[in-house]
Design a protein around this ligand. Structure first.
Ligand code: DAH
Length: 324
């Protein structure tokens, strides 16, 4: 067959080769080891000089053109496959990498929202505190062991300042500046001079609550706590008050909870505000009554999400944080 006839046939077939395998077969038929063009080039050696001169360049040109046609077609088919992939609606999507809200921040949000729904306002206070607010105005005796170096992180200068050991000083700060009736929630960071383990951190979070009015009762207190815990855990929660002692409340209670049919857990402390605390903020204890409570925010988060170790909140391991 003459060169131009082969060119015409090959071009026509290349035109209709529209899959990878038919393109490969086409390549084999013309340019492969036994392909038509290859055979012509190989047979040149046996031809006369004159024939070589006539056929050689034409056969070489055909080979070049067919190789170029092959490459062009190959690229075309690959491009079509890629384009098809780009609009393949059955492909799983790529999830955008979004940030996560830290579980403690989420719990603070829950506390603000749920207590907010019951008329409590969220306020904050300083982490660097005076002995007066952290202890004296809360009716701690001068020799109370909590003031000791072992429990409290004292600041070396200026003398007399400490890192607050609880959020309770904000009770006194707020009452000094506001008159009853009042309802506040105080989430915040607190500090203790202690060794860390799975359930102790040297700094952690608490949330404080305070409600003061003319005739605020222990029954009101229990209702607010039961309402909050039910909404927070989104389960049935039993609440139990157990007698306890805090310098700033009288009577004082330890508050236990049972979530669903789980075990009883000690979740916070509280009580009726002690008359000495009212006196310290210039309220008349004969005319006002109130309740106060404080809980470990980390502990509430651990119970809600089943987190076994408080230190997980603070070491910024993305594998932990990504779960929230
Ligand atoms: N401040 C206490 C603590 O750190 C918790 C607490 C107990 C807060 C009783 C209160 C309260 O307001 O009434 O352990």
């Amino acid at each position: 067959m003459d060169i131009e006839a082969i060119r015409a046939k090959a071009s026509g077939e290349l035109e209709t080769a529209d899959t990878g395998s038919s393109l490969l077969a086409w390549h084999g038929a013309y340019l492969g080891r036994k392909g038509e063009v290859t055979m012509i080039l190989r047979s040149l050696g046996e031809k006369s000089l004159e024939e070589k001169k006539r056929l050689g360049p034409a056969a070489q040109a055909l080979k070049r053109d067919l190789e170029a046609g092959y490459t062009r077609k190959e690229r075309l088919l690959k491009g079509a496959a890629d384009a098809h992939q780009r609009i393949d609606v059955t492909m799983p999507g790529i999830r955008p990498d979004t940030g996560h809200v830290h579980p403690l921040t989420q719990v603070i949000g829950d506390i603000r929202r749920i207590f907010g729904g019951m008329g409590f306002k969220t306020v904050e206070g300083p982490e660097l505190e005076t002995e007066g607010y952290n202890f004296d105005k809360l009716n701690f005796p001068k020799n109370h062991p909590a003031r000791d170096m072992q429990d409290t992180l004292w600041v070396s200068a200026p003398k007399g300042l400490l890192m607050r050991t609880h959020t309770s000083p904000v009770q006194a700060r707020y009452m000094e500046k506001n008159l009853p009736p009042l309802q506040i929630i105080v989430p915040g960071r607190v500090f203790r001079n202690e060794a860390t383990d799975a359930s102790h951190e040297a700094n952690f979070y608490q949330f404080e609550g305070l409600m003061v009015g003319k005739d605020v009762s222990l029954a009101n207190f229990k209702y607010v706590i039961a309402e909050f815990s039910g909404q927070f855990f989104e389960r049935d929660v039993d609440v139990r008050f157990r007698p306890s002692f805090f310098p700033f409340t009288e009577p004082s209670v330890e508050i236990d909870m049972r979530i669903g049919s789980g075990p009883w857990l000690e979740m916070m402390g509280g009580g009726m505000v002690h008359p000495n605390v009212f006196k310290a903020v210039n309220y008349d204890p004969a005319n006002v009554r109130g309740f106060a409570f404080g809980g470990g925010l980390d502990r509430w988060a651990m119970v809600k999400y089943g987190i076994p170790d408080v230190r997980l909140f603070y070491n910024n391991d993305a594998r932990f944080l990504r779960q929230f």
